[in-house]
Design a protein around this ligand. Sequence first.
Ligand code: SAM
Length: 200
Amino acid sequence: MNHFKEAAKTWDQGPTINRNKVFAESIEKHLQRGNLSLLDFGCGTGLLSQFLESKISNLVGIDPTLEMLDQFKSKFTHLNSVRSFALNIETESLPKDIGRFDVVVSAMAFHHLDQPLKALGILKGLLNPEGQIFVIDLDQEDGSFHPDNKGMGVKHFGFSADEQRMWSSELGFKSFTREIIHHISKNEREYGVALSLYQI
Ligand SMILES: C[S@@+](CC[C@H](N)C(=O)[O-])C[C@H]1O[C@@H](n2cnc3c(N)ncnc32)[C@H](O)[C@@H]1O
């Protein structure tokens, strides 16, 4: 996770801001109400939660990178109900009192997981009835998106629609939808970013 320790210093500069604004707008189209209990998984500095803030009454962020979480915390000091946990979902247990969530969001974090299906199953277990999980990540790419896959902790070159649909059926979600919501221009080409919505 050394890469993100360093990356945290400049994360809230440049394209990450606009990108998360677009992500939040795409998520909002699928939200039926506000006043939500929301978990931001792989929250980084909290940009996605920040853009969704008007819909949130209870916010929890999870991320193993302390330098990211420090910024997450400083963004939401004005909220009554906000907590953050520095943990790696693949190697550590979630706190027993973490609570239940109407909505789980995750932006650009799943491609850093060894076992994304397992993590999705853990997150599913935290949902309230009719809960929703929004996974935003790269559409399947050829490994050229990140300049140093190993050094940046990249475990997957994005995901295909088929793979993400398969996760949904394996975990027994009631519905699954997926759409390309954004393109990132890099290396003289466009990389798609997909929003997958899993509902129970
Ligand atoms: C590309 S950044 C995205 C941050 C933020 N969601 C955003 O879009 O601005 C990926 C984040 O995933 C976190 N991450 C990596 N492995 C993780 C894991 N096993 N569990 C939870 N978060 C993880 C990193 O620390 C990093 O903050």
